[in-house]
Structure formats: C-alpha cells, structure tokens
Design a protein around this ligand. Structure first.
Ligand SMILES: Nc1ncnc2c1ncn2[C@@H]1O[C@H](COP(=O)(O)OP(=O)(O)OP(=O)(O)O)[C@@H](O)[C@H]1O
Ligand SMILES: [Mg+2]
Length: 408
C-alpha cells in the first residue's frame, strides 16, 4: 500500500535542473536535435522565423526572430546552458557580443568563421598544409576568366558565403558564361571565389565531434552521392575505401577540429580523386546531411553527439550497428503527387517494414529536402536499392520497380 510518506519521498523530475540548449535556426537539423534532447531529458529552445518551421512545429520553447538580430539572439540565449546552430548564418560579431555578455557559444565564432566563409577556410587550410583544390578570390570578370584560362574550363565559381545544397555553385564552360554569372553576382553584392574543377572519383564525408574539454570522436567515413549538386544518398561506411585512406580522412578531420577549436559536430566534405588523393571541399560545423545515417545506424547519432559535445559531456560511442547503413533523401518532386504523404507512408510501412522514416514537416517543393530514409543491412547493393526505392516512393508515389500498390 502506498502511504503518503512514500509519495512525498519520491523526488519529482525537475526539468529546470536539466540543461537547456539554444539552437539558432528552426530547420530540420534543429527538429532532429530536439528529438535527441527529449531522450536526454534536456530542453531545446530554438530561434525560428515562423511557426511552421520544422523545429518550431515540435518544440514548446520557441523564440521567434531573425538570426541576424542581436535582440532576438539575446532573448533566445537567456538562461540557456549552451547556444549552438542549425545553420552557419549568424554574423560572428553578434556572437562575440553574446560571449561578452556571458553566453556559452559552441562552436565559438573563431572556429565557425571557417564554415561560414569559404575563402577564409581555404586560406586557413592552405596555411595548415591540408590539400585543397587550387583557388583564387574573384573581384572581377577578368579575375574569373584568367582563372579559367590558367586552370582549365569548366572551372567552379562559388559564393564565398551563404551557399547551400549547390545553390551558390556554378561551373561556367567559357568566358561568356563566366561574364554573365560574375556580373550578375557581383551586382548583387555576392563575393565570389574560383576553384579548379576536380576530376573526382567520388565524394566522402569525415564526420567528427569535439567537446570544449577536447575529447573527440569520429564516425566511419561515408560516401556521399550528389545529384544536381546536392546530396541524394549516403553510404556508411564508404564502400571499398582502403583502411589507410579511411584512417587518413578521420585523422585529418580530427586534426582540423582540434586546430580550429571546433566544438560540437563537424562534417569535412572531401573529394577522392582517381589517384586516391583526398582534397577538402568544405566544412560544416553543425549536424550535417552526411551524418543522418547515424540516427539509426550508429550507437550514438550526430544529434545526440552534438548536444553532448556542446554541453561538454563525455561523448557517445560512434560504433556502427550494421555492416552497412544507407540514407536516401526524400526530395520534393517537380509536382507533388496526388497521393497524400500519409498514404505514401502507409504503403511504405506495408512494403518495407524495416525502413526508418524521418519526415521534416516541410511542404513539397521541387528538390527540397523534406525527409530521409535509413536502411540498415548486410548487403550494400540490396540495402541501397531499398533505401533509394523507399525515398523515391515517398517523393513521387511511384515504385521504381513497377510495383503497383492497388493492383498487384
Ligand atoms: N572544385 C570542385 N570540383 C568538382 N566538383 C565540385 C567542386 N566544388 C563543388 N563541386 C560539386 O558541387 C557540390 C556542391 O558544392 P559545395 O559543397 O561547395 O556547395 P554547397 O552548396 O555549399 O554544399 P552543400 O550541398 O554541402 O550545402 C559538391 O558536393 C560537388 O559535387
Ligand atoms: Mg557541400
């Protein structure tokens, strides 16, 4: 029999005694970080722009405002144990102001700058002797055309800041196309850099986490498959990657995290050349698409690890849970299918019960990342086929193997 004395001896869960983490940005990365925060008994507060932002839909603790507004940032930071990011857009001077007021910003702006500014990153990596493609700053059409003439056509033009999912990347084939792009971008105050186009064999990502204490952990290096300049599929671990090259990639990412003072998770996007060389493409200091596989496929996924890292907890094991995990992005179709998302999910559940589905609560627009599928397996080809078939079904309501849910 429960007595009153026993009841009063039970300590109620005091959520205010658990940490609150503030994440700047209300996108899918914040939404998935919120899932991890729930499991850890923590509170994730987000600074979002609108109530229908993916993270704002699911968290009760939302501050509305812009990441470029110091007042909104201050409001989001009040009482929080660490402030971190779901995107790289917050101006570093605003972060410096927050730090001066006592806010625990992780990663610090001194590191974040190398994920925000592709030119600063290239200069820094050059200084550190880390292999990167040849590059140059572009301030005029003449600069850009000279780069193409020197390094070969087509070459790559990139916005120094703010690009994502291939937006802000161009590959002009000749001087006329270069002139069009450069004139237009410079007129819109977009700073540009030129980079040699790498004859790449494939793209890899080396993902690591590091805490302020200095503990670090690496997940297996993965292969990222891009379509139309954006990530479509991730294979973990990267198939047929020789052990010494995998070790080299992980060591490079760990070294960069330490040299740059990164805290939280960091993805190092890499190009593998036909001769086996690894070149760094870019850095992301936040959860990254190339780490989504680990939500289901690793002992500790990137979202949990990011929280542990920014709060300076010991890090979790990055051990994979299956021989292979394939992640396929659900990308918005050119025209949203007539079948509702819910009905598509219902059919998917019936046909591929092992598919792990992650939907972001986003409207369907062409090529927009609206969710992803993870499949764990033993056989690469079979696992990849299933993941891609599932993701294609969720995007288009069409089974790529011709199966008809209503007639077969
Ligand atoms: N120098 C290069 N040589 C060959 N291909 C390149 C080069 N730079 C970029 N690309 C291709 O364009 C894609 C997008 O480039 P990048 O990663 O720089 O842009 P982003 O839009 O910032 O990326 P993300 O999609 O990661 O947000 C790369 O994944 C790669 O496929
Ligand atoms: Mg990229």
């Amino acid at each position: 029999m429960t007595t009153l004395t026993n009841v009063s001896a039970v300590r109620s869960f005091d959520s205010s005694a658990m940490p609150t983490v503030t994440m700047i940005g209300g996108g899918q990365l914040a939404r998935m970080t919120h899932q991890a925060a729930i499991a850890l008994g923590q509170r994730l507060r987000v600074l979002a722009e609108r109530p229908d932002d993916p993270a704002a839909q699911v968290t009760p603790d939302v501050v509305y405002g812009s990441h470029g507004d110091l007042t909104a940032l201050r409001k989001a930071a009040v009482g929080s144990h660490a402030l971190t990011f779901d995107h790289e857009g917050v101006p570093t001077e605003l972060l410096e102001a927050l730090i001066a007021e006592g806010v625990n910003v992780q990663p610090p702006p001194s590191a974040l700058i190398f994920a925000q500014d592709k030119l600063a990153m290239r200069h820094k990596l050059g200084e550190l002797g880390i292999p990167i493609p040849a590059f140059a700053e572009v301030n005029s059409v003449t600069d850009a055309v000279a780069f193409g003439d020197a390094h070969g056509w087509p070459f790559v033009l990139k916005a120094v800041r703010g690009g994502y999912d291939g937006r802000g990347v161009w590959m002009p084939a000749d001087a006329a196309e270069t002139e069009r792009i450069v004139t237009d971008q410079l007129a819109h105050d977009v700073s540009l850099l030129a980079e040699a186009k790498v004859d790449l064999k494939r793209e890899l990502s080396a993902m690591v986490a590091r805490s302020p204490f200095g503990q670090a952990a690496a997940w297996p290096v993965v292969e990222t498959v891009q379509r139309n300049g954006q990530c479509a599929v991730v294979i973990a671990p990267a198939p047929d990657l020789p052990q010494d090259r995998a070790t080299e990639a992980s060591a490079l990412a760990l070294r960069l995290a330490s040299e740059l003072g990164v805290t939280g998770v960091m993805a190092v996007e890499l190009f593998e050349t036909h001769s086996g060389e690894l070149l760094v493409n870019e850095l992301a200091m936040r959860p990254h698409n190339s780490g989504h596989w680990g939500m289901d496929g690793a002992c500790t996924g990137q979202f949990e690890q990011h929280l542990r890292a920014v709060l300076d907890y010991p890090l979790g094991s990055t051990r994979p849970l299956a021989p292979v995990t394939v992640m396929a992005n659900i990308l918005g179709a050119a025209e949203a299918p007539e079948m509702s998302m819910d009905e598509r999910l219902h059919h998917l559940a019936a046909r591929l019960p092992e598919a792990k589905v992650h939907l972001y609560g986003k409207g369907e627009r062409v090529d927009r990342k609206i969710g992803h599928i993870n499949i764990l397996g033993d056989d690469l080809a079979e696992t990849r086929e299933k993941a891609e078939r599932a993701a294609h079904w969720m995007s288009h309501a069409i089974w790529t193997d011709g199966w008809d849910p209503h007639h077969d």
